[in-house]
Design a protein around this ligand. Structure first.
Ligand SMILES: [Zn+2]
Length: 687
C-alpha cells in the first residue's frame, strides 16, 4: 500500500443553512472513513475542512432576514461544526473563509497570478436589474439551461446537468430580486484564461487512470468541448476585496476563493501548532498525496479549475485523487433545503445514534450512481445487520464469558478445523476491508464487514459452546477465546465506519479507547491473553422501533407518514417504489377556458376546475396541437401537487398530462383525457 502522507479535504460546506444527510454522504463521511483508516494504518494524515462563507446566497439570506452577512455565517459555522462533531467527522482542523488568514492567502494567490500575467482584464457584459439598480451576480439570475433544457437553471451552474453556465446565454433569464427580465450592461472583470491550461490539464489528467470513472468522464467531456476563460472577480460587497487599485465594489469570485480555503485552513492549523510554516510541508511537498472529497456538482472546480490555479502559481502539489460521489436522494427525490425536504443531520442526531447512520450510508454510498436514503431501509439495516448480526455476536460472546468464566478470557487449546478457519478469516479481514476503503469502495467495505460478522455468528453456532461447556470444556474455552479475538478484530475494522461503537467495544473488552492503541494491520488473534478481564458489558446496537422512524419521517413529510413498504426494491436505476408514485397526486380536471399565450408558439393558458381543489391556472405546451376553442368542456388529467412555477409570466399550478412522440416539427401529441367518463367529477383521483 501507498504509505506516503495524505492531505485530505472535504468540500467546504456553504455557511447558509444546516447540513443534511445528502451532504454527509457526499463529501464528509467517505472522507472521514478514509482518514480514520489511514490513521489506524499508521499513515501520516491531515484532514482539513471549514465553511465557505462568501458568495451571493449568503447576501440573499442576510437581505431577507435583515441582518449582516457576518451574522448569517457566524450562526451556520457554529451549527455545521457542531453537527459534524456529533456525527464523528474527525477534522484535524475546521476553519472558515471569512477569517483574515484566508483573505490574505487568496489575495496572495490572486496577486501572484496577476504578476505572472496570467489574469486577463476584460470589459464584460453582465446582466443588470434596472428595477433594483444593481448588477446581478450569476446566482441572482434564473432561466432555462442551454445545455439540457432544465427550467430552473441558476446563472452559475446547472443543477441538473452539472455544467457551468454563462448567465448571458440562459434562455428566458429573470432576476431573482425583482422577477423582471434583466438588461445587459458593461462592467470590468478579471479572468483566468483556462483555455491556456487546456494542454497542461489534459496531460496531467492522462496520468490519473485510477480516478473514478464519473470524474474522468466529466473532465474529458469538458476538455473535448474546450475550456473557456472564467471570471475570477465579481461585482459584490461581501467577499474578499480584489487587491488592486480601482477595484472598488469588486470581490474575488467565490469559486476562486473557496478551494483556497483548504490552504488557508491548513495555514491556520500550522499556526496553532506553533509552526506557521508547517503547512508548506503538506502543500509544497511533491510527496504529499492530496485527496479532495466532493459531490459530483464540484468536479469542474476541483479537477480542472483549482488545479489550473495551483499550476499557475507553481510550488503547490496537485490533487492525487478527486473521488467525487454521486447524489444521495431522499426517498427517490432530491434533498431540497428550500422546501425543507431533507433529513437534517442535527435533527437526526437528536433522535438516533450516529453510528447506525454512518453504517447505512456507507453500505448505501452513492459512489457510482445516485442512491436513495429511505428511513425504513435504515431501520432494517440497524435492526437486522447491526443489532441481530454484529451486536449479537459481540454480546453473546462477552456475556458467555462473564457468566461462565467470571469475565476473564479463557485459555485457547488446540485449534480444530473450524477454529483454524475462523482464525484464518480473522487474519484476512483487515487486508480485505482495508483494500476496499483505500480504493473508495465503501459499499464493498460495509458488505465485507457484515459478512465477517455473519461468519463469526456461524462459527459460534457451529461450535455450540453452550453444549461443549459440559461435554468438552477445553473446546468450549478455545471457542470463546477465539470469539473474543474476533470481537477485537471486528472492533478495529469497525472504527473507521462506526467509531463510537468501536470505542464502546474496546471499553467492554477492558481495553484503552485511544485509537492509537489499535493499529490496523496486526495479529488480532493474539491481542487478548488468557486471563484478561473484560469491562462492563452492554448492548451495542439497540433496535430502532417504528415510532422513532415515524417521528423522523414526519419532520419532512409535513406530519404525514407514508405507509410502511417492505416489498423488495428492484435494483434497476429509474425503478421507483410504490411510495414514490403515491406521492404524485393526479386528478381529473375539467377545462373551463383556454387561451393563447402572447409571443409563445407552444403554450396555451388553461383554466381548470379541480372540484374540491378549486380552480387552477396551468400553462400547457400543446398550442401546435389543439386550438383553444376546442378545449373547454373536456376532462383532462393533471398532476395537482407540483410546486407552482412561472412560465412566460404565467404562474402554472400543475401539469396537464399528454402522450408525446418526437420533437419540434415532428412532435405528435395527444392530451390524456377521460372525456367519455361522465360520472367522474372534476377532482377525482387517478391511481
Ligand atoms: Zn443543464
Amino acid at each position: 500500500m501507498d504509505q506516503r502522507k495524505v492531505l485530505v479535504t472535504s468540500a467546504l460546506p456553504y455557511a447558509n443553512g444546516p447540513i443534511h444527510l445528502g451532504h454527509l454522504a457526499g463529501a464528509y463521511l467517505p472522507a472521514d472513513i478514509f482518514v480514520r483508516f489511514c490513521r489506524l494504518l499508521g499513515r501520516e494524515v491531515l484532514y482539513i475542512g471549514g465553511t465557505d462563507e462568501h458568495g451571493v446566497p449568503i447576501t440573499i439570506t442576510a437581505d431577507r432576514e435583515g441582518v449582516s452577512p457576518q451574522a448569517v455565517v457566524d450562526r451556520w459555522y457554529a451549527d455545521i461544526r457542531d453537527s459534524f462533531q456529533r456525527a464523528g467527522i474527525s477534522f484535524d482542523h475546521f476553519s472558515r473563509t471569512s477569517l483574515p488568514i484566508h483573505h490574505q492567502t487568496c489575495q496572495d494567490i490572486f496577486l501572484k497570478l496577476h504578476k505572472k500575467g496570467l489574469l486577463v482584464k476584460k470589459s464584460e457584459k453582465q446582466l443588470y436589474d434596472p428595477a433594483r439598480r444593481r448588477f446581478l451576480p450569476d446566482r441572482y439570475v434564473v432561466g432555462t439551461c442551454y445545455h439540457c433544457g432544465y427550467a430552473e437553471c441558476s446563472g452559475d451552474q446547472c443543477e441538473s446537468c452539472g455544467k457551468p453556465i454563462d448567465p448571458l446565454l440562459l434562455i428566458e433569464p429573470k432576476s431573482k430580486l425583482s422577477g423582471e427580465k434583466p438588461e445587459v450592461r458593461e462592467t470590468e472583470h478579471w479572468y483566468l484564461p483556462l483555455d491556456r491550461f487546456q494542454g497542461q490539464l489534459a496531460k496531467w489528467l492522462g496520468t490519473k487512470p485510477h480516478w473514478k470513472e464519473n470524474v474522468l468522464n466529466f473532465c474529458n467531456g469538458m476538455l473535448k468541448e474546450g475550456l473557456r476563460e472564467r471570471a475570477v472577480t465579481r461585482d459584490l460587497h461581501w467577499g474578499i476585496p480584489v487587491p488592486l487599485p480601482d477595484s472598488e465594489g469588486k470581490v474575488l469570485y467565490v469559486w476562486f476563493d473557496a478551494p483556497i480555503g483548504y490552504i488557508s485552513s491548513t495555514r491556520e492549523w500550522a499556526a496553532q501548532q506553533g509552526d506557521p510554516e508547517l503547512w508548506k510541508t503538506w502543500w509544497w511537498d511533491k510527496d504529499t498525496r492530496l485527496v479532495h472529497f466532493i459531490g459530483k456538482d464540484n468536479i469542474f472546480f476541483h479537477a480542472l479549475m483549482f488545479p489550473a490555479c495551483l499550476m499557475a502559481y507553481g510550488n503547490y502539489v496537485l490533487p492525487d485523487n478527486v473521488p467525487a460521489n454521486e447524489y444521495l436522494n431522499l426517498e427517490g427525490l432530491k434533498f431540497s433545503t428550500s422546501r425543507n425536504f431533507a433529513v437534517w443531520l442535527g435533527d437526526y442526531l437528536d433522535r438516533f445514534a450516529p453510528d447506525p447512520l454512518r453504517y447505512y450510508l456507507c453500505a448505501n454510498m452513492p459512489e457510482t450512481r445516485d442512491t436513495d436514503f429511505n428511513l425504513r431501509e435504515f431501520q432494517a439495516h440497524n435492526n437486522n445487520e447491526l443489532a441481530d448480526t454484529v451486536g449479537n455476536f459481540i454480546n453473546r460472546t462477552l456475556t458467555f464469558i462473564e457468566r461462565y468464566y467470571e469475565g476473564r478470557i479463557p485459555e485457547r487449546g488446540a485449534a480444530s478445523g473450524l477454529d483454524q478457519e475462523m482464525l484464518g478469516r480473522l487474519g484476512r479481514i483487515a487486508g480485505e476491508l482495508g483494500g476496499h476503503i483505500d480504493n473508495f469502495r465503501y459499499r464493498a467495505a460495509a458488505d465485507t464487514f457484515t459478512e465477517f460478522a455473519r461468519f463469526c455468528n456461524k462459527y459460534f453456532n457451529d461450535k455450540a459452546p453452550w453444549e461443549a461447556r459440559k461435554s468438552d470444556p477445553a473446546s468450549c474455552a478455545t471457542t470463546l477465546n477465539v470469539c473474543c479475538q474476533a470481537v477485537y478484530g471486528l472492533s478495529v475494522v469497525m472504527w473507521p465506519i462506526m467509531p463510537f461503537s468501536a470505542e464502546n467495544v474496546w471499553t467492554q473488552l477492558g481495553l484503552s479507547t485511544n485509537w492509537k492503541d489499535h493499529p490496523w494491520q496486526q495479529d488480532y488473534a493474539g491481542k487478548l491473553p488468557a486471563g484478561h478481564k473484560l469491562g462492563k458489558i452492554e448492548v451495542l446496537f439497540p433496535k430502532i422501533d417504528d415510532e422513532a422512524i415515524q417521528a423522523q419521517e414526519a419532520s419532512y413529510k409535513g406530519g404525514k407518514t407514508a405507509p410502511a413498504v417492505t416489498a423488495e426494491k428492484d435494483e434497476l436505476p429509474g425503478v421507483i417504489g410504490i411510495e414514490h408514485f403515491a406521492g404524485v397526486d393526479i386528478r381529473v380536471a375539467l377545462v373551463k377556458a383556454a387561451e393563447a399565450v402572447p409571443k409563445s408558439k407552444r403554450l396555451l393558458k388553461l383554466t381548470l376546475d379541480l372540484g374540491p381543489l378549486g380552480e387552477r391556472t396551468v400553462a400547457a405546451g400543446i398550442a401546435g396541437h389543439y386550438a383553444p376553442e376546442d378545449l373547454p368542456g373536456r376532462k383532462v388529467l393533471v398532476v395537482a401537487n407540483l410546486a407552482p412555477r412561472k412560465v412566460m409570466g404565467i404562474t402554472s399550478q400543475g401539469m396537464v398530462m399528454a402522450a408525446v412522440d418526437g420533437e419540434g416539427e415532428n412532435e405528435k401529441l395527444a392530451l390524456t383525457t377521460i372525456d367519455g367518463a361522465i360520472d367522474l367529477p372534476p377532482g377525482s383521483r387517478v391511481s
